[in-house]
Design a protein around this ligand. Structure first.
Ligand code: ADP
Ligand code: 5GP
Length: 187
């Protein structure tokens, strides 16, 4: 049976960048594909980055009890982890890596306990976060501001995680993530 690696952080901290790096290493990692009711952005494809659902389809799955956890991260924007998806990957012997918001991260850790490692990716500052979100160029100014507003709250969750990695210099953060996760998977 595989293990679980949970990544949480304010949006723009560099989670996806670090996760994509880890997926290329020899760690037998599979990305947990969440469901969301937000529209795809950029080159995102259904069933790759996310399962894209309408808000009504999402609510139906909540009613059916299909989620391990879910959050309404922004208004009318649901994100959630499908039980079936995670259990399938774990039973195939893969280690599953999650990119979820801080509340979802704590819920998954609570559910799986020692089998899970929760990692918080911390940006050097809120100003730097804004710069990265602007630089990424995938969100409208309104969405960027709502992400920044939420960041303050999310940063307060750092000490609830097993490990905190500061993503200032990307190469350093990636090396630290690789070492931490390799050690956890060996245990
Ligand atoms: P998240 O998945 O946490 O929302 P991303 O991985 O999409 O964040 O990163 C947000 C933006 O910041 C991207 O454009 C990415 O290339 C850039 N970025 C990531 N890490 C760093 C870093 N250490 N220094 C500068 N820019 C970074
Ligand atoms: P984005 O819109 O940038 O892809 O993601 C926005 C936020 O939703 C990020 O903080 C991301 O970690 C979170 N998120 C993505 N999938 C899930 C999920 O399945 N559950 C929870 N709780 N949050 C998620």
């Amino acid at each position: 049976m595989g293990k679980l690696i949970i990544f949480s952080a304010p949006s723009g901290s560099g989670k996806s960048t670090i996760i994509n790096y880890l997926l290329k290493q020899n760690l037998n990692l599979a990305f947990s594909i969440s469901a969301t009711s937000r529209p795809p952005r950029g080159t995102e494809q259904n069933g790759v980055e996310y399962f894209f659902l309408t808000p009504d389809e999402f609510r139906q799955k909540i009613a059916n009890g299909e989620f391990l956890e879910y959050e309404e991260v922004y208004k009318d924007r649901f994100y959630g982890t499908l039980k079936s998806q995670v259990e399938k990957q774990l039973s195939e012997g893969q280690n599953v890596i999650f990119d979820v918001d801080v509340v979802g991260g704590c819920n998954i850790k609570k559910f799986y306990g020692e089998r899970a490692l929760s990692v918080f990716i911390q940006p050097p500052s809120v100003e730097e976060l804004r710069k990265r979100l602007n630089g990424r160029g995938t969100d409208t100014p309104e969405v960027i501001e709502s992400r920044i507003a939420k960041a303050e709250f999310e940063l307060g969750y750092a000490d609830k995680f097993d490990v905190v990695i500061i993503n200032d210099e990307l190469e350093k953060a990636q090396a630290e993530a690789l070492e931490t996760i390799s050690n956890f998977l060996k245990k």
